[in-house]
Write a protein that binds this ligand. Structure first.
Ligand code: TPP
Ligand code: MG
Length: 357
């Protein structure tokens, strides 16, 4: 027997190449369902573009575009069932839409308020504290396992989040307790201005799972059918008691980190162009056209329908009055401590002075 290193040569799983040709195994999806996924990807992109436009007009908060990442966002959520849980960061708006959070609720949230998501969507509020949602996802999965509830949990974070302790703790707990969870790293190449190469010397982020005893997969994150296939398999593994999976989706952040960032200060334009050519929507569109599952006229109508839906959601969200300034105390604790009660009274007094309530 010879001394051998652990194999790190992983190749990203692909079903569609960049021209939309089938190069892998087609997942079992009806023609109707394929169009639902395609529309959800458009909805994600249109949502992103709309919130950026609203932010420029002072009608929305800081926002992180998901342009270029629609295949990962839709593909990771589409195989989930209603009883399953989803814990995301700010970049996965399209995942939340697929899992059942209403469009207008998400638009409202980018007015700077924190709406309650419908309980039946089983989505945690978007997490800004990098990486913590991975622990929440594992916790939800462990709770489901203990309760004998057949729910699976999916946690999603970025490449930058993998350098946080929380990410590693989440993997460790998931592995040790065989939690029914799928942990997804959406590797978009950048963590604000820090490139992927500075996050880890590991050849792939998926390789990190091996050390925790977790089966790990690397997938082309701009290929909706590949992401769907890998996620479906991982979710069903978890549901049938076979434990956690780590999935790395290789994708790219086409836009700046957020509306508050200028990526031209640290990123080469040629790199962006290279990834634009791998656009996940263009690739899936070509596939659908080639297979006669979509024609140009249908495509135009679908895009117009998405625009109309977004505009209606914006009108609905902007018609909702802002919450009372002290409302967030309602969500902090069942019983407020005397100190918090005092803070609430102070806030109300201050708001009154400012003429805000
Ligand atoms: C614990 C913590 N540290 C730092 C930040 C500031 N921060 C916001 S986004 C971000 C980069 C995250 O990069 P990545 O995980 O790759 O996600 P992406 O934004 O690319 O989707 C950082 C460092 C934060 N929100 N939370
Ligand atoms: Mg990133």
């Amino acid at each position: 027997m010879s001394i051998q290193q652990v194999d790190s040569g992983m190749v990203a799983y692909q079903v569609l190449d960049v021209e939309g040709n089938l190069v892998g195994e087609m997942p079992d999806l009806s023609a109707e369902r394929l169009l639902v996924l395609y529309r959800a990807m458009h909805l994600g992109r249109a949502f992103s573009n709309k919130i950026i436009a609203l932010q420029r007009q002072g009608r929305a908060t800081t926002f992180g575009s998901l342009m270029g990442q629609e295949a990962t966002a839709v593909g990771l959520a589409a195989p989930l069932q209603p009883q399953d849980w989803l814990a995301t960061s700010y970049r996965e708006i399209a995942s939340l839409l697929v899992k059942g959070v209403p469009l207008s609720t998400l638009v409202y949230s980018f007015r700077g308020f924190s709406p309650a998501y419908p309980k039946e969507a089983r989505c945690l509020p978007i997490q800004i504290v990098i990486g913590t949602q991975m622990l929440h996802a594992v916790g939800l999965a462990m709770a489901a396992k203990i309760a004998g509830d057949p729910a699976v949990s999916v946690g999603v974070c970025g490449d930058g989040a993998t350098s946080e302790g929380d990410f590693n703790e989440a993997l460790n707990f998931a592995g040790v307790f065989q939690a029914p969870v799928v942990l997804v790293v959406q590797n978009n190449g950048w963590a604000i201005s820090v490139p992927r190469s500075r996050q880890s010397a590991a050849p792939t982020l998926a390789a990190r799972g091996i050390g925790f005893g977790i089966p790990s997969f690397l997938v082309d994150g701009n290929d909706i059918l590949a992401v769907y296939s890998v996620m479906q398999r991982a979710i069903e593994r978890a549901r049938s008691g076979q434990g956690p999976t780590l999935v790395e989706t290789l994708t790219y952040r086409i836009g700046p980190h957020t509306t508050a960032d200028d990526a031209t200060r640290y990123r080469d334009a040629a790199e962006v162009e290279e990834w634009r050519a791998k656009d996940p929507l263009a690739r899936f569109r070509l596939f659908l056209l080639q297979r006669n599952l979509l024609d140009e006229e249908q495509d135009r109508q679908l895009i117009a329908g998405v625009e109309a839906e977004i505009n209606a959601a914006v009108a609905e969200a902007e018609a909702v009055p802002p919450p009372a300034p002290d409302e967030f105390f309602d969500y902090m604790a069942a019983d407020l401590s005397p100190r918090l009660q005092e803070q609430r009274a102070d806030l109300l007094r201050y708001s009154k002075q400012q003429g805000r309530s």
